[in-house]
Design a protein around this ligand. Structure first.
Ligand code: SF4
Length: 191
């Protein structure tokens, strides 16, 4: 019977093709459903880019409410929603410093090496990951997704290393707070 394990399905069949399949791969167990929805999101990156633009503007409009309640107090419920929505759509790992708009809607934290600035040298000939042979390389997909987007060339911007202290925090709220502060600074300069 064909061997079937998440992240390394049908290893025997693959070996017969000559593909290198290290044993015990798939440090992170992934579900097929995550791949399917994640790949859908990348295919529809342009629509999601448009949607996120509207969504972030709407969120910014709500800044007075967030401020009145307190950003600290709304962090927990907003984070819970963000985690569920982005977890489903992008297999989000809640790094707290989202770069989906710059990576073709392909979350770089799904790269087993968590590379934020492009692929390693180990991408397989079929475009899959060297660590997880059944998973398309996150960065190959990022490039494909970026080509559909209006601001897809943002993928060329060099990203900072991940700030681990921001893990499990809401990127939506952080982006909103930063945008609101910039807007207020601009308005006070003009006044
Ligand atoms: S970049 Fe970070 S916040 Fe954005 S989807 Fe990936 S893990 Fe989540």
């Amino acid at each position: 019977m064909a061997e079937s394990r998440p992240g390394n399905a049908n290893a025997g069949k693959k070996a017969a093709t000559g593909a290198y399949t290290p044993s015990g791969v798939s440090a992170v167990a992934r579900r097929k459903r995550s791949y399917t929805i994640r790949l859908w999101s990348i295919r529809h990156s342009r629509m999601l880019e448009w949607f996120y633009d509207k969504f972030s503007r709407f969120f910014l409009l709500l800044h007075p409410i967030w401020r009145a309640i307190g950003y600290n107090r709304v962090e927990w419920p907003i984070k819970a929603v963000e985690k569920r929505v982005k977890g489903l759509m992008f297999d989000c790992r809640m790094c707290g410093q989202c770069v989906l708009s710059s990576t073709g809607m392909s979350c770089p934290m799904n790269c087993p090496k968590q590379l934020r600035n492009g692929p390693c040298g180990g991408v397989r000939a079929n475009g899959n990951c060297e660590v997880e042979p059944d998973m398309p390389c996150v960065w190959v997909k990022a490039w494909e997704g970026s080509r559909n987007m209006v601001h897809g060339d943002r993928i060329l911007t060099v990203q900072k290393p991940v700030d681990q202290s921001l893990r499990e925090t809401s990127a939506w709220l952080r982006v909103t707070a930063v945008a609101a502060a910039e807007k207020e600074a601009l308005m006070s300069k003009d006044a």
